[in-house]
Design a protein around this ligand. Sequence first.
Ligand SMILES: *Cc1c(COP(=O)(O)O)cnc(C)c1O
Length: 363
Amino acid sequence: MKYDRIYNFSAGPSMLPEPVLEEIAAEVLNYRGSGMSVMEMSHRSEVFKTIAQEAEADLRELMNIPDNYKVLFIQGGATLQFAMIPMNLMKNGVADYIVSGSWSKKAYTEAKKYGKINLVATSEDRNYSYIPDCSDLPISPDADYVYICENETIHGTTYQQLPNTKGKVLVADQSSMFLSKPCNVSDYGMIYGGVQKNVGPAGMAIVIIREDLIRTDDLDPRIPVYMRYDTHANNDSMYNTPNCWCIYVCGKVFKYLKSIGGLEEMARRNEEKAKVLYDFLDSSKMFKGTVEKEYRSLTNVPFGTESKEKDAEVVKATKAAGFDNLKGHKSVGGLRASIYNAMPKEGVEALVAFLKEYEAQHQ
Ligand SMILES: *Cc1c(COP(=O)(O)O)cnc(C)c1O
């Protein structure tokens, strides 16, 4: 690989497209004649305003975001949203949560501080290796929203079909699948994601929220001003100093995605890439995927051998061979390959070739 970069299979922060990094490198000392880098620039400057506006416009185009949705850039990662969502969206004080893994569980636990939170489905019984059936859930008549984590980064599961919310607003954490494939925004009341998984540097979430869900005067006055969606919506995400650098890099990634043909093309590439790895896991005697086939994630692929000791040896061997961050999350064990947008197909092919060879030598 050019620049001696390695294939980084980290679940996040993770790889960024090389052409994007090259552009950033070229602009880091003097951004387009401004005489400074984006890191040093006032967020109120015309130069930065253009960067932020273009980022939003490009994202709107990529995802085909309807005009009645706001796009917000909010700091605090995805985790801050676990609290902002119940604080801002609960009018009746009731919400329904589907817990399909560690991230939805965290969101559920946080939300419980703010109201009556119903667990309407869970896949905890089999260590979150599948997505529960969501076709006929006991949705609460007074639920303000139904919450899902659409792609569970740690467990490697994804929804093939959105839950039947029986008319209630759907809120989805898309952190680890954001922009990995086309998405019909109007199926949701709100979509959000921490960007460091599939889009940019860490430290920010992108929130796409239907305007009528953004409340103003009937909110609990004790909610910190930063944690109100109307604060961000009314100030073009610049109520205070935003994460300028992150917005800038995300904006570059949006332009890059547009240049390769948008989310349809990205999905095609991701499917092709994931197939290489899943086909191998399905044919291997030593390695097995941990997720029920139907619910396999396009971006996070947990797998392992039949023993912890072997798993640890394989992780060590992959690292020595230039494949980094393949150790699985402690709650699942084994290995996990995160193969986000910026992971080239060659990276997955090289990993599979390595694992095949490893298997042949260790039978
Ligand atoms: C990583 C992750 C989070 C947490 O993101 P932070 O930006 O670290 O707060 C939340 N949800 C999902 C699905 C994730 O993958």
